[in-house]
Ligand binder design. Structure first.
Ligand code: ZN
Length: 95
């Protein structure tokens, strides 16, 4: 197995979806290849953070390496909060 193959099936490996023979082949490669082993360790950590902590969503929103989709989502949420706040202040003025 080479690095490309190894990385291609890495997610299946984490989800434990690989046939035993492929899994063993991959583990052999991981023992020989520090780069792939490190990549797997990183993927495992990310999965732990997102699946097993109650702060998963929070972490997803505020972790340092976010994409542009996340910024868009954050912007939408902040705008909504701001609008709700404005409506609330107006209501308080009326009653
Ligand atoms: Zn490799």
């Amino acid at each position: 197995m080479n690095c490309n193959e190894c990385r291609y099936i890495m997610f299946d490996y984490i989800d434990n979806k690989l046939p035993v023979a492929t899994k063993m082949e991959m583990e052999t490669h991981l023992n020989q290849c520090a780069a792939c082993a490190e990549k797997l360790a990183r993927l495992n950590e990310e999965q732990l953070v997102e699946e097993e902590t109650p702060l998963g969503l929070f972490w997803y929103l505020f972790k340092p390496s976010g994409g542009y989709k996340r910024s868009f989502f954050l912007g939408a949420v902040l705008t909504l909060v701001f609008v709700l706040y404005l409506m609330y202040s107006k209501l308080r003025g009326v009653f």
